[in-house]
Design a protein around this ligand. Sequence first.
Ligand code: SF4
Ligand SMILES: [Zn+2]
Ligand SMILES: [Zn+2]
Length: 315
Amino acid sequence: MRKSNCCSNPSYTKDPKTKKILCRQHFIQHFENRVKKSVLKYNMLTQDDHIGLGYSGGKDSTALLHLLSKVILSQHSNNKLTVITVDEGIEGYREGFLELTERLSSKYGLKHVIVSFFDLYGATLDEIVYKNSKSGSSLSACALCGILRRRALNYGSQIANVTKIATAHNLDDEAQSIVMNLLRGDAGKFKRITRFPKKKFPSLIPRIRPLVKVSEPEIVLYAHANSLEYHSVPCPYSSSAMRNDIRRFLSEMEKKRPSTLINIVNVHDSLSQYFTSSEITSTTYSCEICKEVTTQKICTVCKLLDRLNLKIRII
Ligand code: SF4
Ligand SMILES: [Zn+2]
Ligand SMILES: [Zn+2]
């Protein structure tokens, strides 16, 4: 077995940037310190925050659940954590997931709130994707899911009465979002990406992404180093996403040239200081149907549901 560069313990992994070989304990420490640094740098937490973790069951959100409850929030007795799960209704994908979430929530002693697409919108994502394809729309399953999940997570967070929503977006996701908006020529969305818990609208719950500076392979290693149990069934719709092309390209670049991903995020960080707040916020209305705050008279969710002959069932 190879020797570590950090201490006399057996080696666990090699840091791709520094090339140092680390033991399991020092890798865990190094990883957790980097997450804590991001939390501080972007002012993600205040002392009295009640965090609602958008939990998907995968390795990223399981690692975040562990980190928030065991490492970050355990140091502040005033902070609270609630697990919020969204059941989209994708056949085969969520099997065993709710049981896992229940088990983990009770392991960490946390409250668990479940919101399902079926309860909220009267149809599962599978049904919505089918209806959408019949309507001739070119919106992908992921685009539909993204719009509806965001609302479902907000709804669950309002029920749980949280002050911030934490999601497990990692460095790969963040770099992909930045590049995706560049490739789409969407300057507005490019500027709106922020790692600070800013409120898009005054009545919306701010979001934080504590894993934003750690990469997907590092999260897998962290989950294994802590023997975390997670749900690893891939979503049947994931291959259709444009994000996948960017993911493949960027992860190849990262392998060839380590630090590609962090460089993208750091450049976006540096540019962010030039984005004025008037470019980030816009005029808001209360949606004429569901009353949610929106930039149009009728929100994106209600427009989408109306086109599919559906409507929000819980307001
Ligand atoms: S891969 Fe797409 S459809 Fe599947 S859960 Fe993610 S966003 Fe939703
Ligand atoms: Zn060590
Ligand atoms: Zn609406």
